[in-house]
Write a protein that binds this ligand. Sequence first.
Ligand SMILES: [Zn+2]
Length: 332
Amino acid sequence: MTASHPGRPTPEVYAGVDIGGTTTQVVLCTADLAVVDSVEVPTPAARGGQAMIRAALDALGLLQGRVPSRLLGVGVGAAGVVDTRTGRILVASDSFTGWAGFPVTATIEKALGVPAFLDNDVNAFLRGEVSKGAVAGEPHVLGMTLGTGVGGALWMNGTLVEGPHGAAGEIGHIPGFGELPCTCGGRGHLETLASGRSIATRYGERTGRNLTAWGVAEAAVVGDADAIAVYEAAGAGIARALLITAGLVDLATFVIGGGVSRAWELLEPPILATLAAEPPVSGQPIRVVRARLGSGGVALGAASRARTELAAATPDQAATPVQRASSPPPRR
Ligand SMILES: [Zn+2]
């Protein structure tokens, strides 16, 4: 029994790790996913998988030094295509060296001696928002991230839907959104309208001016008609994607995050206008909310995956009151 001596017992914690192209975030949270401490370090993306995991483990070690605790498990959210069962990266963008094929969870488990779990970063984002964010407790949600690209993830009946090939919810890369070429090699995908890169490109095509997506948003706010048109096209495209999802799987709750969602006051009006013009056949009102957890959402969602997996793996232990007497029980 861990709490047999007087004084404060050592709290049990989960770690969440978000390995992005430029920064790696690590959070430590309690069993009910309250963040105890967090840290952000540069991702050594050019130095290979071993160096990237070493940076994450060093950051985690720093947190463990600051917060005396017993680590139960680690969740990792990573960009790219991942195999959630084997814990390996399958496909990584070319900003990462030696990352595709890297055994993420095996490397962490060997180093720390606790179970580790790997998720795609968009799936981890949605896990975070469903656990502690803008759609906390919702059983059916589509999550969308508007970043460099457009990502999507699907949560139904209180669990993440991965699909037989791990690509369920990939709303950014279905056709029907025009004719423009997409980064994936396809055409007319939502990403050609609504990603940060596309917003910058579409504005550049109209004006010859080279601005970031945020720069285009600033121009729209002061009345630049081309900038407003680019954001209106993005918002209308997003709404169409929500309507397709609503019609296909009868969802009514949507959460949108990523850097482009910072310009929510520009995106929300065209989203709501399109939804009002073409309501779903179910008659169910659609609720679209902006993500709440910000840049820490992926790490928190990764930690929530670890908590969910470990609670499912050890139901007897989780339910034993003696072992958990000193800390709050996991809330579901
Ligand atoms: Zn595409």
